[in-house]
Every structure is written in structure tokens, then in C-alpha cells.
Design a protein around this ligand. Structure first.
Ligand SMILES: [Zn+2]
Length: 633
């Protein structure tokens, strides 16, 4: 009897193992710019609990990206399993093809689906009968080329839902300060012990009244309340009290709906401070973008409302310009960083809501999601944080590091929320497009080419393409393109290309930083000699190069061989040779179909799509060049 029961248990265990071989659903989440070295450190310090649990439920590996390790290239490599030489997304911008019909200077965004020359995983999965949802996946907008692939394969239109808001900006964020406010007296104003101060601001064509008042019910002596009057039917005035940035999100007023053309977006207000004596304020208004994709206007609006609003990436235009107060590296006391983090926290709250809506509404078998926040934080702060950058200031870095970490902790909380919402039969893959390092100096390659007689500027300081043989082109940074006769208007005959490449190589390798006298270009790569980097191809360059630590390649024209970053903030950069440790990124996969504790070797970005395809039980994308790494099971 006991023996029989044991057999039954064994049989059940086998049945369960078999049943668990495939997840019911796979969610692929990309944290833009998640460096392996940062994630490794945070995991070691138990600061990313949900990421740690996902890795425990499955496998974690260091990932080597394609070259250049930039956002569009990295994501499209992950999503297609093909190298840039095959998929064509050689950078965040790409040249227009075919070469014979376009000059070397014509470009298109590398994020545009039309720049992708091969089939992405969302098309492969939908062709295999899976329901797929892509929410801001790089290379998925506009969806038309991929919808067409599915139509040609006879796949029902409801198998693929896609949205992006990156191309649909309506109005940027702003800090309203009440500096132009005037005292007003008229009927219908809220009661106030001091003259109400009124300012009118325009938000995408809507004239909004901002009133500062001294609320008789508020014990504060002086201005203590701001009222927002949004002129739309049924929208009531909203009152806000000043509150410093914190851990909650209860101080945000909104949503307020705005439009531009056919786009509809939502905006929100947050009162960070109000001066009782003058009524001056720091009233932040969130950026608003529309959403575009495969769905009609009604469905798009339903999703937008459930979601709350597309990303508000305030790192560059607002925080970086002092709009939230002076950053710590300009003498600030951390107020600006705490505000920045609250803006990120709201963004994370919205992606949580958006994910839960997508799950219920479209019930996908495969879902792609993304956040840009960790990348923007890295660009903003890594010049200070990178401990290996010469001139590193550990005291300043120690002040900034907790804020950088907090961005990842908020992303980790989002991951945890998604795992909880999706349930135990869902597998998750956490991926990223590149790492991050600090830089102090731009290397101006076009200046070097000009000095070598390979590039000529016209009277306005622009590249004269009729007299230029080689250039760091507008669609690349880490590569040089020969202006060959393959390109429309090109001047270098095929038989001279190799000689030009050699001249470029010699000039670059001889280039010295005028301050230190040291070489800046460490090595060069020719596409034919380094297949494993995925360089070259129809959209690629003729010569790629890697720079010494601390340098970043510029594709601008310049009057000097180098330009320096801001001496304090410096730069957070990526794109460099992907085998460099700081460019390494992450691959974490867990859930049904992945054996807990699986040890993985270093994974290449091209291996991710074939690996996830196998997990889903579908073929790898058609032009995939990677291999499926074993996930156990
Ligand atoms: Zn970036």
C-alpha cells in the first residue's frame, strides 16, 4: 500500500513537472540601462527583493549586448535574436536604405519599426497562435509593418495589441512658480484672508487659472493654498496644500485631460512649496503624451485612463536644468532629488495600473513592458557615481547613490506588483539593453578625420559631402562610414574604400588627448573580422572603434579634438564595446518552465529571443542568429 502510494506520488510529481514545463504566460520587462555591476551590488545588499526572488525561481546571467550598446540596437537585438548587421538597427538612428537611393547623411529613428529589417518575437509569437501585447517595446511603433506581416500570415488582428507614447508628446512638464501672478478681486473667488493672487498658464491650448490664497480655515499665517481652475465642463476647482516630496502619491491632483490634434493625454499637478508671504510657489505639472498603436480611439482612451498617463521622464529637461531646485551636485540639499524620485514613483504607479489593465483586458500569452527611468537616472548621475572614472569624488557619489538606487528599488517594486498580479503560472524575463559608465571627455572623431584630410567642412562649418571621404555619420557614434559610391552622391570608388579605412584607422589610433598626451582610441574593428559583434551589414559602418575609459564618441563637427563634460556632473554613457564590464547588463528569468537555481553562462543578447521562444514552445524569430540557453525544466 505504501509502495503504491509512493508510486502515485511519483506519478503525480512527474505529471506536475510535465504540466509546469511551459508557463501559461510570459512577461518580458526591460529596465533601460540596467548595468550588471549595479544590479549585482544591489542584490548582494538585499535591496531588490522581487528581482532576487525571480532569480531564485529561475536563473540569472550577465548579458553581453550588441555593439554599439545603445537603446534601440540593444532592444531590437533582444527582440529579434539577430545581430545589428542583420536586423539593421545599428544605432538609435539608422541610415536610409538602399544606399543607392539615399545619401550617407539621411537618417531615421532606430526606434521606428520600419528600421527593423527582420521579424521580431511579437510577430513570431502571434504567428504561432499566441496573444501578444507590446507596451512601449522599442521597434514596435508604428505597428503597420508588423501588422502587415501578421495579415500576410493569416493571423487574426486581435492577436497583437501594441501601444507607444514616445512619438506622441502633447506637452512637456513645467514648474509653475506664480511669478507673474497678480492680486485679483472679483466675484466667485474662494475666500481668502489676503488678496487672491492669480496666474493664468497655458497647457496645450487650455488656459488654466492658478490661484494662491490664504485659506481662513488654515492656521498658516499667509498663503497656504493653491486652487487650480481647469476650464472644462464638469471639472471642479482643485485645491492643493504645499507638501515636501515624500513616499506617498496622495498630493497629486488630476488627471486633467488635454488634446493635440488626434492625441489625447492626461496631466497632473503637484504643489511642492508655497511661500506664505508672497504666494510664490513650486507647482509641478506633469508631462502629457498620447498613446498610439494598433487599437482604435475608444480602446486607446480606455487604456490611457486606466493606466494614468505615459512616462514623464523629468531627469533631463526638468531636474537636470534645476527645475526641481538645485541638484545636489550644484549645492542642493537633496530636495530636488526627492522631488525627482516622487515623479518616478508616480510613473511606476502608472505602469503598475497599466500592466494590470493589459492583463485583464487583453489576457496576453506574451507581454512586453518597459521603463526608461533607470537609463535617464544613469545618464544624469553616472558621471558622479562611476568609481573608476578619474577624479571620482566619493563623498559626492555617496550622496547621489541612494537616489540612483531608489530608482531601481521602485522598478523592483513594479516588478513585484506585476508578478503578484500575473499569478504563479506566469514566467517573467527581466532584461536590459545596456550597462552604464561615467565619462569626462567627448572624442571628436570628425575633427580627426578633418585633420587627416578625409572630411571637409563648408563655409558654415557643416560637413561638405561632395568633398568628404569618411565621417562619423549622423546615424552613429562608435563607427565611421566611408562615403563610398554605394551611397547616393558618394565619392569614394569601391576599390579605394579599403585605403580610406586604413587612413581612418591610422588617424584614430594616433589621436591623443591634448591634456594627457594619451591615446583615446584603443582598438578598431572591421565588420569582416569580428562577426561576433554583429557590426557592419547593409546599415552598418565600415570601421568601428572603442575608446579609453572616460571618453565618449561624438558625431558632431568640432573645432577641437576633444570637448569636456561639465567638470562636476560629467556624463553617464553607454554604447561602448559591449565586452567591457561596465557595459554588461542583465538577464533574469524565472517561473514555470525554468528550473530554480539554474546556472547560466554569460548570455549574448542574440540568445534571449531564442531562449524565450523555447520557453514559450514556439519557434525562434525567423532571422534569429542566437542559441537557446537551457533553462532546465
Ligand atoms: Zn541611454
Amino acid at each position: 500500500m505504501i509502495r503504491k502510494a509512493l508510486l502515485l506520488v511519483a506519478a503525480l510529481a512527474t505529471a506536475c513537472a510535465f504540466a509546469q514545463e511551459r508557463p501559461e504566460r510570459l512577461v518580458v520587462v526591460s529596465w533601460d540601462g540596467a548595468p550588471d555591476w549595479v544590479i549585482e551590488r544591489m542584490l548582494r545588499e538585499d535591496k531588490l527583493p522581487h528581482t532576487a526572488r525571480l532569480a531564485e525561481r529561475g536563473a540569472r546571467a550577465t548579458m553581453i549586448q550588441a555593439f554599439p550598446s545603445v537603446t534601440a540596437t540593444g532592444h531590437v537585438t533582444l527582440f529579434t535574436g539577430a545581430w545589428p548587421s542583420t536586423h539593421g538597427v545599428v544605432g538609435n538612428a539608422v541610415p536610409l536604405l538602399p544606399r543607392a537611393a539615399h545619401t550617407v547623411r539621411e537618417t531615421r529613428s532606430g526606434f521606428d519599426a520600419r528600421s527593423m529589417l527582420v521579424e521580431p518575437l511579437w510577430v513570431t509569437a502571434a504567428k504561432s497562435g499566441r496573444r501578444v501585447v507590446a507596451l512601449s517595446a522599442a521597434g514596435s511603433f508604428p505597428p503597420a509593418p508588423h501588422v502587415r506581416m501578421l495579415q500576410e500570415a493569416g493571423v487574426a488582428a486581435d492577436r497583437f495589441v501594441q501601444f507607444s507614447g514616445f512619438e506622441a508628446g502633447i506637452v512637456g512638464s513645467e514648474m509653475i512658480r506664480g511669478e507673474g501672478a497678480q492680486p485679483v478681486e472679483r466675484a466667485g473667488l474662494p475666500s481668502s484672508r489676503r488678496p487672491v493672487r492669480r496666474e493664468e498658464v497655458e497647457v496645450a491650448g487650455v488656459r488654466v487659472e492658478i490661484l494662491a490664497l490664504d485659506d481662513p480655515a488654515d492656521p498658516v499665517d499667509g498663503y497656504d493654498t493653491v486652487e487650480i481652475r481647469w476650464p472644462a465642463p464638469g471639472v471642479r476647482p482643485v485645491t492643493l496644500k504645499p507638501q515636501p516630496a515624500g513616499d506617498g502619491l496622495g498630493e497629486w491632483a488630476g488627471p486633467f485631460q488635454i488634446s493635440r490634434g488626434e492625441l489625447t493625454g492626461l496631466t497632473y499637478f503637484r504643489l511642492f512649496s508655497l511661500d506664505p508671504a508672497t504666494g510664490r510657489m513650486e507647482l509641478y505639472r506633469r508631462r502629457a503624451a498620447g498613446l498610439q498603436g494598433t487599437e482604435g480611439p475608444d480602446e486607446t482612451l480606455r487604456y490611457l485612463r486606466a493606466y494614468g498617463g505615459f512616462h514623464d521622464d523629468a531627469f533631463f529637461d526638468t531636474y537636470g536644468r534645476g527645475g526641481l531646485g538645485p541638484p545636489i551636485y550644484r549645492g542642493g540639499d537633496g530636495t530636488a532629488e526627492r522631488r525627482m524620485l516622487e515623479i518616478v514613483r508616480l510613473d511606476m504607479e502608472f505602469v503598475k495600473r497599466g500592466f494590470r489593465y493589459a492583463l485583464e483586458r487583453w489576457n496576453p500569452d506574451l507581454l512586453f513592458h518597459y521603463t526608461p527611468m533607470s537609463d535617464s537616472a544613469g545618464h544624469t548621475w553616472m558621471g558622479i557615481l562611476d568609481p573608476d572614472l578619474p577624479g571620482h569624488d566619493p563623498a559626492l557619489a555617496a550622496k547621489i547613490w541612494p537616489f540612483y538606487e531608489e530608482v531601481f528599488r521602485l522598478q523592483d517594486a513594479w516588478l513585484g506588483d506585476m508578478i503578484e498580479a500575473a499569478g504563479p503560472q506566469t514566467a517573467f524575463a527581466l532584461i536590459s539593453d545596456h550597462g552604464m559608465a561615467g565619462a569626462h571627455t567627448y572624442f571628436n572623431g570628425n575633427y580627426v578625420l578633418q585633420q587627416a584630410g578625409l572630411l571637409t567642412l563648408d563655409g558654415r562649418g557643416q560637413i561638405d559631402f561632395a568633398k568628404t571621404r569618411a565621417l562619423v555619420p549622423p546615424w552613429g557614434h562608435h563607427l565611421v562610414a566611408v562615403n563610398s559610391t554605394e551611397w547616393k552622391g558618394g565619392i569614394v570608388p569601391a576599390e579605394e574604400v579599403e585605403a580610406v579605412v586604413r587612413q581612418v584607422e591610422a588617424a584614430f589610433l594616433a589621436a591623443r588627448d591634448p591634456e594627457s598626451g594619451r591615446p583615446m582610441v584603443l582598438r578598431t574593428f572591421r565588420p569582416a573580422e569580428f562577426k561576433a559583434l554583429g557590426i557592419g551589414g547593409p546599415a552598418g559602418g565600415d570601421l568601428y572603434f572603442d575608446l579609453a575609459d572616460g571618453y565618449y564618441p561624438s558625431n558632431r563637427t568640432a573645432a577641437e579634438i576633444v570637448s569636456r563634460y561639465d567638470p562636476v556632473q560629467r556624463g553617464g554613457v553607454h554604447g561602448m564595446f559591449p565586452y567591457r564590464q561596465k557595459m554588461h547588463t542583465i538577464f533574469i528569468v524565472g517561473g514555470p518552465g525554468v528550473t530554480p537555481g539554474t546556472r547560466l553562462p554569460t548570455v549574448r543578447a542574440v540568445d534571449v529571443a531564442p531562449t524565450l521562444s523555447r520557453l514559450l514552445g514556439i519557434p525562434a524569430p525567423a532571422q534569429s542568429e542566437g542559441v537557446a540557453v537551457p533553462l532546465g525544466g
